[in-house]
Design a protein around this ligand. Structure first.
Ligand SMILES: O=c1[nH]c(=O)c2[nH]c(=O)[nH]c2[nH]1
Length: 320
């Protein structure tokens, strides 16, 4: 979160609950999503939706709980967990971000002593399992596998204003993307000096992990119930894999920049896109096999990482 966790006096004071894992069956389906060239994703039935939620609250009224052991204003974090559980059942929308706004608003409206709430959630992913039907195989409407792939992510900050809760900050994302490209990827031209032992690689097998985050020019667009401005995590994930497939890039730095440009191009409603990438590239053991075949092994620690954020000025600079 870009916003710091300090109160006006420069003091850090907050508390909350994390790792609230909660599941909802038969939530409202996500519909009306425009497709983009990189993705077939056009919605989600939301038959089974899991989330790992974190709530953090602030307010001057909590000072006596720290300084005097006076809990009269303290909403127990156990109650926060119950509050989240209850509101998962009340929420009528179809998005993670919408749920966060729903529960965050309800917290501020219920507890006057809360001046601000920061709430985030990571999707716990499930995938429909394939079962036979008349024409072959189709996705089961009942049975899901626990998926270990990407997760949608959302976070927002709401402050209590004179006329009710005010949205101060919002960020969405997709985390835990892991992609391997078996060839057509290089890492060359880097600094060569007395510390360099890594060989230049004209054609490496690249294994990259990445989290992608984005923010909207108008944060409300992410939350409006019938918004055609909503950017689904699945489409951003698909952009990352398509750009990786299409381009022969010379580094992870080069890859994430190109993915970022494509995301900003596809979604004019976004203001920024940011990356946290991790290099998990395997180490070659044998490259004496036929053609492009190799044998590879897990890399050793330590591992490299790349962080980068960009905005519409970067896209404009490219298209000038
Ligand atoms: O894509 C890469 N970027 C780097 O900065 C780097 N450094 C390194 O050792 N391997 C790689 N790969």
């Amino acid at each position: 979160m870009t916003r710091d966790s300090q109160s006006d006096e420069g003091r850090t004071m907050n508390y909350g609950k994390e790792k609230i894992r909660v599941y909802r069956t038969y939530a409202t389906p996500l519909e009306g999503i425009e497709t983009i060239p990189e993705s077939s994703f056009d919605g989600r039935p939301n038959t089974l939706f899991g989330m790992d939620v974190r709530v953090r609250v602030e307010g001057e009224a909590f000072l006596p709980s720290f300084s005097e052991g006076d809990n009269s204003m303290v909403v127990a974090t156990d109650s926060m967990k119950n509050f989240v559980h209850h509101h998962v059942g009340e929420y009528e929308g179809a998005t993670l971000e919408g749920f966060l706004e729903h529960v965050g608003t309800a917290l501020l409206e219920t507890y006057e002593q809360m001046e601000s709430v920061e709430i985030s959630a990571t999707e716990i992913p499930f995938e429909e399992r394939l079962v036979p039907d008349e024409d072959g195989f189709d996705e089961s409407e009942l049975v899901f596998g626990v998926a270990d792939g990407e997760s949608a992510y959302g976070e927002l900050v709401l402050d209590s204003g004179e006329d009710g809760p005010v949205l101060e900050d919002q960020r969405s994302g997709v985390t835990d993307i892991e992609l391997v490209k078996v060839k057509d990827n290089s890492f060359t031209g880097f600094v060569q000096d007395e510390y360099t032992t890594l060989p230049e690689r004209e054609n490496r097998t690249l294994y990259v992990a990445m989290d992608i985050f984005w923010s909207y020019a108008d944060a409300g667009a992410a939350l409006a119930p019938e918004s055609d401005q909503y950017v689904p995590a699945e489409q951003v994930r698909d952009i990352a894999q398509v750009v990786f497939d299409e381009l022969d890039v010379n580094s992870i730095q080069d890859l994430i920049y190109q993915v970022g440009l494509r995301v900003l191009e596809r979604f004019p409603q976004l203001e920024t896109v940011g990356f946290e990438a991790n290099n998990r590239t395997w180490i070659g053991v044998r490259d004496d096999l036929e053609g492009d075949a190799k044998v590879l092994r897990e890399p050793d620690v330590p591992t490299g990482f790349q962080q980068f954020s960009m905005d519409r000025d970067d896209l404009e600079a490219e298209t000038e």
